[in-house]
Write a protein that binds this ligand. Structure first.
Ligand code: PMM
Length: 277
């Protein structure tokens, strides 16, 4: 089974939940991206809009000013760059700046021009399961028919829409959208059900890194969630689970740790893979 690709997160935002404000200067963001490549990232995901619960949206001009210079430099340095955006205009500018993947957390629902824009390009398109923008998503975390069949059906609808707009299946990637309109138990059920989501056809991407369902899992005795920067060990168990489920890529903040965990997994899977002599 091939090792999942490791997609390193480069958030050029003042307010992302895990690293907001650390890389908001283009120079800091580029340096961070280069460090992630050095640590073993296969892909870099550059985003200029925070999607954390309750976040307000930046203006289009602001989002463009955050991501385009960073993508230009990282693509010129040889990175395979993904742009994390829900806006067709930003996706188009990012592709012109050298991005090769459009990572749309709304799966084409936030901007009616997104699917035609992607169709007219040669980009890989990540369609994530999504129900609403950050200010409303917590109210929409209800799945009376079960989270797995519902997310599967809603993702199937996005595949249909993308294909109808002219995006071929080979260019599509699906993502269960952990933490987006999901309560903690929903995320675990989706992770257990990756095989069912894979059966939809397209490759899968999973983003669990630093998310609040890990914080809840590891809460202290008074129920205080484990802080964002102390969730990595639990996250690595999820990364290995994703590898076993055959996902195409994992979206992570700590690239070096994910690569180490995947190296151990690969050595277990394949006795010829080296395993340090
Ligand atoms: N999560 C976040 C942002 N973008 N994209 C995809 N495809 N999947 C995700 O799970 C995802 C995403 C939120 O995390 P961050 O604020 O740490 O980037």
């Amino acid at each position: 089974m091939p090792r999942p690709l490791v997609m390193g997160v480069v958030n050029v935002t003042p307010d992302s939940f895990s690293d907001g404000g650390r890389y908001v200067e283009p120079r800091a963001a580029v340096a961070h991206g280069l460090a992630l490549l050095e640590a073993g990232a296969d892909l870099l995901d550059v985003g200029g809009e925070s999607t954390r619960p309750g976040a307000t949206r930046p203006l289009v001009a602001e989002e463009l000013a955050r991501v385009v210079p960073v993508i230009t430099e990282l693509a010129a340095a040889g990175a395979t760059v993904s742009v994390d955006t829900m806006r067709a205009e930003v996706a188009q500018a990012a592709l012109e700046a050298g991005a090769r993947i459009v990572n749309d957390v709304s799966g084409g629902l936030a901007d009616p021009d997104m699917l035609p824009t992607v169709a007219a390009s040669e980009a890989t398109y990540v369609a994530m399961h999504w129900r609403a923008h950050a200010d409303r998503m917590a109210d929409l975390a209800d799945y009376p028919a079960g989270v797995l069949p519902t997310v599967r059906d809603e993702l199937a609808g996005r595949v249909e829409a993308a294909v109808a707009a002219g995006v071929p299946l080979e260019r599509l990637v699906l993502d269960p959208g952990l933490g987006f309109a999901k309560r903690p138990a929903h995320n675990w059920e989706l992770l257990r059900g990756l095989g069912e989501l894979a059966a939809l056809g397209p490759r899968l991407l999973v983003g669990a890194s630093r998310k609040s369902f890990l914080g809840s899992l590891l809460a202290d005795e008074v129920g205080e969630p484990r802080p964002v920067d102390a969730r990595e060990a639990a996250h690595l168990a999820v990364v290995v689970h994703c590898a076993r489920a055959g996902v195409w890529a994992v979206r992570v903040h700590d690239v070096g740790s994910a690569c180490d965990a995947l190296a151990a997994w690969a050595a277990l899977e394949d006795p010829t893979s080296g395993a340090g002599g």
